[in-house]
Design a protein around this ligand. Structure first.
Ligand code: FES
Ligand SMILES: [Fe+2]
Length: 453
C-alpha cells in the first residue's frame, strides 16, 4: 500500500496510528520511533506541513552565497540572489531530475547541472542551456523550466522554509511563542552570527528521540549528565537545577516549548543578567532594554536563563552558561534532520555576537564544541542514550513496548517567580521537571500525522 492510499491514521497492517499513541496513559509505542511506514508518513505530514529550519542568514550574507541543506528528506539549495532575497530551491534539475549542486556551500552566480548542463540563477530561473536552438527548436521556451522554489521566512537571522502553500505564515505558525523567540533572537540590534560552518554528525536514532529530549526533558540532566558535575566542568548543583528548578513554558496548540533554568542561587556570584544571557557581551546588554518588553526583561532580571528552546518540529536553540573557569559563554542552534527511521543527521551551529573580537568569538564557539558540538560532552551523553533506545525499539519485543511520559502537574503561572506571576504566554510549570511539555510536542505530532489530506 502506498502512502497516498493510506487514509487518515490507518497504517498498512491495519493498525490505527492512534493505537500506537496511548493518550490516556501518556505512552508511545516503540513502533512510533522505528517503523519505516511512520517515517515515510512523517515526510509528508510533519516535514511537509511545518516551517522547517534550514540555516542562518549569516551563512549566506552576500549575494551569490549559498549552502545546501535538507528540507525533510529533500535536498535543497539555500541561496541569496542579487536582490538580497533568500531562495530555497529544490536541488533537482527541471530537466531530468539530476542533483544540480553537489557541494556544501560557496559563492556562485549560477548553478550548472552536471548531466546536460542546464544553468540556473540563485532564484532558480533557467538562464541558459547548451545548444538551446538545436535542442528546443525555434519554438521551444526555456522559461517553462525552473528549479522548484519553497516558501521562505526569515526571522532574527534564521531561515525557515516550507513547500506547503496553504500553511499559515511563519508569524502565525510561531504564534504566541514569539514572545520567547524574541528573547532569544530579537533582543539585539544585530542578530547573532555563525562562528563558522555547522558541525554535522549522524546519530543512530530516530529524529523524534532528539526532539523529545529538547522539548523539556530536564529530568535526564541530573543522571545522564552527572559526570559533568563530577569532573568539575559544570558548577556544583547546576545539573540538579536543570531538573529541579526549571521552568517550562509550552504552547498546547503549536507544540513549541522552552525550558528556562532558575539560576538565582548563582546571582551573588555573577549578577542576574550575566546569568540569564551570558552569551551577550556586557556592553551590548543595554540593547536588551531597547528591544525587549519590560515583562521579558523581568524574566531575565530574575536570573532566569531562557536556555533551551524547541520550535516544533525539530529546531532547537541552546544558551550555554559560562561556567567558572571557562573562557566565554556560547549559544547554539541545531536541527535534527531525518534520514531513516533509525538515522538522524544533527546539524549544530555556534552563534556569536557580531561585535566580539575574533579571539572572543573563537572562545565563545569553543564552548559549543566542548558541550554540544560533535564531540561535546553533553552531546556524547545524549547520543549514547538515544542510540540505545533505538536499539531497544527496533527489537521484536521492544517495538511493542511503550515509552512512558508519566510526570504531570497542572500548569500554573503564579508563585513561579519570586517577584510575581510568570510574565510570558503558554502553559507554565515551575519546580521539578515534568513530562508535560514533551507530551504537548507528541500531541502536536499526532495531530499532524492523523490530519486528513
Ligand atoms: S538532468 Fe539536468 S540538465 Fe539534464
Ligand atoms: Fe542532555
Amino acid at each position: 500500500m502506498t502512502i497516498e492510499a493510506l487514509s487518515g491514521s490507518l497504517l498498512a497492517d491495519g493498525t490505527d496510528l492512534r493505537e500506537l499513541v496511548d493518550v490516556e496513559r501518556r505512552a508511545l509505542s516503540g513502533r512510533v520511533f522505528s517503523d519505516q511506514e511512520i517515517f515515510d508518513l512523517e515526510r509528508e505530514r510533519i516535514f511537509g506541513r511545518t516551517w522547517v529550519f534550514l540555516g542562518l542568514e549569516s551563512e549566506i550574507s552576500e549575494p551569490g552565497d549559498f549552502v545546501t541543506r535538507t528540507l525533510g528528506t529533500d535536498a535543497v539549495i539555500v541561496a541569496r540572489d542579487h536582490s538580497g532575497a533568500v531562495n530555497v530551491l529544490l536541488n533537482v534539475c527541471a530537466h531530468r531530475a539530476a542533483q544540480v549542486c553537489m557541494v556544501d556551500g560557496g559563492k556562485a552566480d549560477t548553478f550548472r547541472c552536471p548531466y546536460h548542463g542546464w544553468v540556473y540563477d540563485p532564484a532558480g530561473r533557467l538562464v541558459a542551456i547548451p545548444a538551446e536552438r538545436e535542442f528546443l527548436g525555434d519554438t521551444g521556451d526555456k522559461s517553462e523550466f525552473r528549479l522548484q522554489r519553497a516558501r521562505v521566512a526569515t526571522y532574527g537571522g534564521l531561515i525557515f522554509a516550507t513547500w506547503d502553500e496553504t500553511l499559515p505564515s511563519f508569524e502565525d505558525y510561531i504564534g504566541d511563542f514569539k514572545w520567547y523567540l524574541d528573547v532569544a533572537f530579537g533582543s539585539l540590534d544585530k542578530p547573532l552570527v555563525v562562528a563558522g560552518p555547522p558541525q554535522r554528525f549522524v546519530t543512530k536514532a530516530n529524529w523524534k528521540l532528539a526532539s523529545d529530549n529538547f522539548a523539556g526533558d530536564g529530568y535526564h540532566a541530573m543522571t545522564l549528565h552527572a559526570s559533568m558535575g563530577d569532573i568539575g566542568v559544570a558548577p556544583g548543583g547546576f545539573l540538579d537545577k536543570i531538573a529541579g528548578f526549571a521552568f517550562s513554558a509550552a504552547m498546547p496548540e503549536t507544540g513549541h516549548s522552552i525550558t528556562c533554568v532558575d539560576l538565582t542561587a548563582f546571582v551573588p556570584m555573577f549578577g542576574a543578567l550575566e546569568l540569564a544571557v551570558p552569551w551577550i557581551p556586557p556592553d551590548a546588554r543595554p540593547q536588551l532594554e531597547r528591544n525587549l518588553l519590560p515583562e521579558q526583561m523581568r524574566l531575565l532580571n530574575n536570573g532566569v536563563f531562557p536556555g533551551i528552546g524547541m520550535l516544533f518540529p525539530n529546531f532547537v536553540w541552546l544558551g550555554l552558561v559560562r561556567f567558572p573557569g571557562t573562557p566565554a559563554a556560547g549559544f547554539t542552534v541545531r536541527t535534527f534532520m531525518p534520514v531513516a527511521p533509525d538515522r538522524t543527521e544533527v546539524w549544530s551551529w555556534a552563534l556569536v555576537h557580531p561585535d566580539l573580537s575574533d579571539e572572543e568569538k573563537r572562545q565563545s564557539a569553543q564552548m559549543h564544541t566542548l558541550t554540544f558540538g560533535a564531540s561535546g560532552i553533553f552531546e556524547q551523553d545524549d547520543l549514547a542514550a538515544w542510540a540505545r533506545i533505538q536499539t531497544s525499539v527496533s527489537g521484536g519485543q521492544g517495538r511493542r513496548q511503550y515509552l512512558r511520559y508519566p510526570s504531570s502537574r497542572p500548569p500554573s503561572r503564579s508563585g513561579v517567580l519570586p517577584d510575581g506571576d510568570w510574565p510570558g504566554p503558554g502553559d507554565i510549570w515551575g519546580g521539578f521537571s515534568t513530562d508535560d511539555s514533551i507530551w504537548y510536542w507528541h500531541m502536536k505530532w499526532l495531530e499532524l500525522m492523523t490530519a486528513a489530506g
